[in-house]
Design a protein around this ligand. Structure first.
Ligand SMILES: [Zn+2]
Length: 246
């Protein structure tokens, strides 16, 4: 717990974290002995804002810190821990209006985000390999992908103003072509081919099994309200920071 607290009281770390929280909805999940407590929405624009929440409610427990994958124009929110429910109501209303196209300027960006998820630490080598391959393929398309190690799974992110449906279709097609397993991928039981289709394009067989983790979870990339781990925050299971590989 001491190393954990040292990390979160180091000004350099807080500065990096606060930078990634700007213009995002921030969510903290406290990991208590017998339950999780979700704090949302937090608004963090400056290191002082992070310090406020840390000192107020996070300093004596493990927690995970997440940011919205969408950039949003958060409205003024009532401050403090006791007003979170009211703040949540206000932000949910913003989302409702945005999704019903009553207010189009609430969301100002949406990152292309691929989550390469694992079940067990032994899968990290494969997950890293898939993430790197995906990163390379996105570079070939002249995008500027970032590859991050969450200390469990890996994230490949392109910051920008993408359409969720385009992200989904692009990642699905890249993964299918580059033989990167996804949540939609099948493994042919006859020839071992990895594919996304109704039947195996190699041998025509329909006998298949689903690709297990590590794999890219494609539903994640499609979800406009998705939250993802905040870069440079610590993982409550590994106690390690999320760091950029390339
Ligand atoms: Zn086949």
């Amino acid at each position: 717990m001491n190393a954990w607290r040292d990390y979160y009281t180091n000004p350099e770390n807080i500065e990096k974290i606060a930078k990634f929280c700007r213009y995002r909805e921030v969510v903290a999940i406290k990991r208590l002995k017998d339950r999780n407590v979700t704090l949302r929405p937090l608004k963090i624009f400056k290191p002082e804002h992070f310090e406020y929440w840390f000192n107020r409610t996070l300093k004596d427990c493990l927690f995970d810190l997440y940011i919205s994958n969408a950039s949003v124009k958060l409205p003024p929110l009532p401050p403090g821990l006791s007003n979170l429910e009211e703040a949540r109501r206000i932000v949910n209303e913003k989302w409702r209006k945005y999704l019903q196209q009553e207010e189009t300027d609430f969301v100002t960006g949406f990152d292309l985000f691929a989550d390469i998820d694992i079940d067990a630490m032994e899968q990290r080598d494969d997950a890293r390999r898939y993430a790197l391959k995906l990163w390379e393929e996105l570079r070939k398309l002249k995008l500027k992908p970032q590859l991050w190690d969450t200390s469990r799974g890996f994230h490949v992110i392109v910051l920008g103003r993408f359409d969720p449906m385009d992200c989904f279709a692009l990642l699905r097609d890249i993964c299918n072509k580059a033989k990167i397993p996804t949540s939609m991928s099948r493994i042919c039981e006859r020839c071992g081919n990895l594919y996304i289709a109704d039947k195996c394009p190699e041998c025509g067989s329909t006998k298949c099994k689903v690709a297990e983790k590590p794999r890219v979870d494609l539903a994640v990339s499609l979800d406009i309200r998705r939250i993802r781990r905040c870069p440079y925050s610590l993982h409550s299971k590994t106690h390690k920071p999320m760091v950029r590989i390339c």
